[in-house]
Design a protein around this ligand. Structure first.
Ligand SMILES: [Zn+2]
Length: 410
């Protein structure tokens, strides 16, 4: 089914801006026993709302299908990199909003690592997450977790059993919601009069400016701009007190919102960012025609170089079996005939296959097998490239790195 109205402002003034072809669920990997089944694929089309400047997927998919094969081995605390990120996050947020002995609710709390950081600093914190497995891990850390998708009902439940929240956090969850407006209403219902709501999600402006399109996948239902963030907050009686771009997931928007007190509340950073979005052409269909043409040009150029390498008998291995990697592989239509393997460190993904492209997933140690051969690595988790390259080069110093931006070996 196609969405006919904007999820944020309910306008029907939607215009198609990007069409990336048919894509499967990006966060679902195929176990060996399911290889005889077909993978579901849906059109990956983005529409721009001319009224609020939000971007959303046109095609609806069933959330139950979307998350049934998700690898729950990914946790907030699974790497040094992410642990440091969340420790810094807690520190920064507490000092920015001057939080004192507050009650914190984290929506999409995963294994409770971030909520635990607030508890360690003398606050009370609970989590909300639909995964019973994650709730169990969080409990082991001392973080009580409600096992559900956050909704109005959840906010009522928390109000009944706890109290109004001084801080509500939602990192990378708002954009997964089928009903972001209801989500925001429930947040406003739960928030203390003086409280803060902080949400972080991949920034659409950054994707378009950098030419990266791989944050687009069926699990991300909507894509936020500063303009649409302000609109959705305004709709539920909140206003943006601060907004910034942080270097996570290759450029995320971190938004601080509070309850509307008076019309004089003015956030200079917000106005500057909306101005920048206007100048960038983010609300102009013509900008996206150009973006799409560039994407196709880059794809054709890169494919040509990959085919040449393959003709010479080179081996090409992709690195990072993550959701965004699947958007890339499917848009480039790269399968086993070009990419020998995709590597990933998660034991839950090894021995599975990428959706639709059906490339086998193995560990990074596969590079050892190519010590005396010509081998190229295409890093799909490009935001972690600086961390991954030395690790991979240690396994095999002869690896040559390739990317669509630099089609020759780096
Ligand atoms: Zn809208």
């Amino acid at each position: 089914m196609f969405r006919k109205s904007c999820l944020i402002c309910e306008s029907q003034n939607l215009k198609e801006i990007l069409n990336l072809g048919m894509h499967p669920f990006a966060d679902t990997f195929i176990p060996k026993e399911d290889l005889s089944n077909s993978d579901k694929a849906y059109p990956l089309i983005c529409d721009l709302c001319s009224d609020c400047g939000g971007v959303q997927l046109r095609c609806t998919t069933n959330p139950n299908d979307r998350y049934c094969g998700v690898d729950y081995s990914y946790t907030s605390s699974n790497s040094n990199f992410s642990r440091t990120h969340w420790q810094d996050y807690a520190q920064e947020v507490i000092s920015k909003i001057s939080l004192k002995e507050g009650f914190v609710v984290e929506i999409g709390s995963n294994d409770g690592y971030l909520a635990e950081q607030f508890i360690a600093k003398g606050h009370r914190a609970i989590g909300v997450d639909p995964s019973p497995y994650m709730a169990k891990l969080a409990k082991e850390r001392g973080v009580e977790t409600l096992i559900e998708l956050f909704s109005q009902k959840t906010s009522e439940e928390i109000l009944k059993n706890f109290e109004k929240a001084d801080l509500i956090i939602a990192n990378n969850v708002f954009n997964h919601s089928e009903t972001p407006l209801n989500f925001a209403k429930a947040v406003a219902n739960l928030l203390n009069e003086e409280g803060s709501f902080i949400f972080e999600l991949p920034y659409w402006g950054e994707s378009i400016e950098s030419g990266k399109f791989d944050q687009i996948y069926h699990e991300h239902v909507s894509y936020f701009t500063a303009k649409s963030s302000a609109k959705i907050m305004e709709k539920v009686g909140l206003y943006i007190s601060s907004i910034e771009i942080v270097d996570y997931h290759g450029g995320s928007l971190r938004v601080y919102a509070k309850k509307q007190k008076n019309s004089e509340d003015h956030c200079e950073e917000l106005h500057k960012l909306i101005q920048k979005e206007n100048n960038l052409g983010l609300f102009d269909v013509k900008k996206y025609n150009l973006f799409m043409n560039n994407l196709i040009y880059q794809r054709n150029k890169f494919l040509k170089s990959l085919y040449t390498l393959k003709e010479k008998g080179s081996n090409i291995i992709a690195v990072g079996a993550a959701a965004k990697g699947n958007t890339f592989l499917n848009f480039y239509q790269l399968d086993k005939s070009i990419i020998d393997f995709v590597t990933d460190s998660s034991p839950h993904k090894k021995e599975k296959y990428t959706p639709l492209t059906r490339i086998p997933i193995v560990g990074d140690e596969v590079f050892e097998k190519y010590l005396d051969k010509e081998v190229y690595a295409l890093i799909l988790s490009w935001n972690l490239a600086d961390i991954l390259k030395p690790i991979l080069s240690k396994i095999n110093p002869d690896i040559k790195f390739i990317s669509p931006e630099k089609t020759i070996a780096l």
